[in-house]
Write a protein that binds this ligand. Structure first.
Ligand code: FAD
Length: 308
């Protein structure tokens, strides 16, 4: 119920104005978002890399409504990738891209516009010596995103995909994508989805996550286990062990600001741990999805609105 309300608020411009107008919001946002610009993103990446962590950077923005905005997003990623290279961080950091931020929703040509724009980002990533993962958005975009992935992989075989365990279809998608050379980030899923396409019960989502993990670990690709759930982390390690996987043949991923001590502990224990670091001005949708995931985050948010 709370989750549904928060996810609805994530799409409401009235609530957005209210949240953004509060001067204390920024303090809380800073816990989850690296900063407003490229230099803040590079600074955080450098600090995480020094601690032995890997990074994927997300230039915040989604639901782009015109091609100029989509173009600006591409330029932002290109600038970021050039800076990563200059800072000697490209071996530690890749980028995560939402196709809706590069034009996927721009009418009947949206798919093609997003593909062309994503291709420009992939070219810059290849020049910098790193790669791209395509984030997954709501279920209406899954087929388009997977089509775009397969088009991009012709020239950029390292491009990764995200699959969401809450969707009924995902176990099958995992089997199909668990091929040699593919990189698949498995998450539970962050959007409000109808029962016709997604499991609604948390336990069912968890069971699906384990089935998907098994398919990925037993397959030939490179699984990226994106979760903060200690149980899923333990099961992923067990499945990797029973599939005979070496530590460098899969990785764990967590979000910036969530369980940072655990991120550090896992890296020190010899796991490859990648932190998803969002940055940029358009933090609202991302921030509200994080609050929706966890009542404790809402408590943290409300407390900081009330206290200085
Ligand atoms: P949950 O089911 O939310 O929580 C399970 C347990 O994890 C909790 O009981 C608690 O023990 C622990 N935990 C969770 N959150 C916290 C916290 N804040 N502090 C302390 N403990 C906590 N979703 C998409 O739809 N598309 C994407 O492209 C996408 N990319 C992602 C990339 C990464 C790297 C990550 C980590 C997540 C991504 N997500 C994405 C979000 C994801 O789908 C989930 O919404 C989010 O990760 C919460 O699910 P969870 O597996 O962490 O566990």
């Amino acid at each position: 119920m709370l989750r549904t309300t928060m996810l609805a608020a994530a799409r409401s411009s009235a609530v957005r104005r209210l949240v953004e107008a509060n001067p204390l919001t920024r303090t809380v946002v800073d816990r989850f978002v690296a900063g407003a610009d490229t230099s803040a993103a590079i600074g955080v990446t450098g600090r995480l890399a020094e601690k032995g962590l890997h990074v994927t950077l997300d230039h915040l923005g989604e639901d782009t409504t015109d091609s100029r905005q989509a173009d600006e997003t591409v330029l932002a990623y290109q600038g970021l990738l050039a800076e990563l290279r200059r800072a000697g961080l490209a071996h530690r950091a890749e980028v995560s891209v939402k196709l809706s931020a590069v034009g996927q929703q721009l009418g009947p040509d949206g798919e093609k516009i997003a593909l062309d724009n994503a291709r420009r980002i992939c070219e810059s990533a290849a020049e910098a010596g790193t790669t791209v993962t395509l984030d997954m958005e709501d279920h209406t975009t899954t087929d388009t995103t997977l089509r775009t992935l397969s088009d991009l992989r012709v020239d950029f075989p390292q491009v990764g995909a995200v699959l969401q365990a809450y969707l009924h279809r995902t176990e099958q998608d995992c089997r199909e994508l668990a091929r040699e050379g593919s990189r698949v980030r498995l998450c539970k899923g962050a959007y409000s989805e109808p029962a016709s396409v997604a499991f609604q019960d948390k336990h069912e989502v968890d069971r699906s996550y384990v089935r998907c993990l098994r398919a990925l670990m037993e397959g030939q690709g490179y699984p990226m286990v994106a979760t903060h759930d200690p149980r899923m982390v333990r099961i992923a390690s067990e499945l990797a062990g029973s599939a005979g996987r070496a530590k460098d043949s899969y990785e764990f991923q967590m979000l910036y600001g969530i369980r940072p001590a655990e991120q550090q502990r896992m890296a020190e224990d010899g796991e490859r741990l990648r932190v998803y670091v969002p940055y940029g001005q358009e933090w609202y949708g991302y921030f509200m999805r994080r609050l929706a995931e966890r009542p404790a985050n809402i408590g943290f948010f409300l407390r900081s609105l009330l206290t200085r």
